[in-house]
Design a protein around this ligand. Sequence first.
Ligand code: GUN
Ligand code: ZN
Length: 443
Amino acid sequence: MTNVLTSTKLTAYKGSVFYFTDNPRFNENAYEYFHDGVLYVEAGKIVEAGNYTDLQAKYPQAQVIDYTGMLITPGLMDSHVHYPQMEMVGSYGEQLVQWLGKYTIPTERKLSDRKYADKIANLYLDELIKHGTTSAAIFATISPTSSDALFEAALKRNMRVICGSAYMDVNTPEYACLPPHEVYDFNKILIERWNGKGRTNYAISPRSAYLLSPAEMEATQALILDYPEVHIQVHLAENKESGDMVGDLFPGLKSYTEVYDNYGLMREKTIMGHCVWLDDHEVELIAARKSSCAFLPTSNLFLGSGLFNLQKANKYRATVGLGTDYAAGTTLSMLKTMGEAYKVTQLRKAFADNPRAVEPLDPLENYYLATLGAARAMAIDEYVGSFESGKEADFIVLDSKSTQDLSIRSERSESISDLLFALQIIGDDRSVAHTYIMGNKMK
Ligand code: GUN
Ligand code: ZN
């Protein structure tokens, strides 16, 4: 693939246009929907979205691309994913800690080979585009080569991604460990090489507190103080066993979340993956620090980790984005991920003391979590996630006639909410007719 050149012509994409301007959970005017709509794009940026009949005369020079009957929305966003794990999706029979030791760390070792890393990075980003995902927060491995490969592949496609090499130093084989005294320079080199290049950002990625010694945490604290603007991504409270291990490693600290807070890791632009086993105080702390939660339903179901409590996150107004956590997660499709998120909320009802108090996940809120919500969780919403004028033109075209089951089901839909629900429950990469990155058609 060659570098992508952005078209400078004004283009009108006709179709049903839908996007969020805010969280529908807290704002009843949180979205825009134009059934006979149009999205104007020029030089890779959104010019305007609205009703076609209202805007047609304003832009007579626009070249029209007709997607009538299809749904044009912002690109889908994955707030937490591990690209090096592609070949081991569906690794059988283990829960988190054993799955990591038996399958994950040995597989990630292969990424120190640059040729293999390039192959997986390019395959991964091609798959993202195929699935309509235009941005992601991505973990690479302890090998800097794996970060280099991903960033180069993203630059070739001009994609807005966040990525960082995950590091750790305990409960891990020697070959996958980064000693505390190397934490600073290891990250500094990668930050200076990649952060802000093209549309990419580096994320400092201390993998998870059950894999880091207090000395590794201290080294991380020194690093992040020198890089206050750089993204951070971690795992938090994924399953009970890993939580107990954190308790053993940091006996003086009250909770898993407070371990991160103690070392200054919880700030704006920190994405905490999983957040399954948190008490109210921890969720409150995440919200107070303006960090965010990544809700990773297919992973939590596959590894049997637990059921994320969206209602609790909403109670404290913690920022939440949806993600795949591939390849503990079982799909790169954010449509399917939304379907599984819905099922998690349904299951929560089954286990609740007061089932009536547990609400099903609203299809609009679910779609928000995979678009603007995830962009907010990744702190890239000033660029992407909606169709406000001036935002970058990453968008998808969804075709509810793409398969027979979706076609017959969506014909019953009398509202945008129900159409989105049909897409979430039975849609997949076949429902994504086109994917545009900065106004360039990539699928
Ligand atoms: N915790 C630490 N590393 C990982 C990982 O790669 N995947 C998941 N699901 N949890 C983790
Ligand atoms: Zn993960």
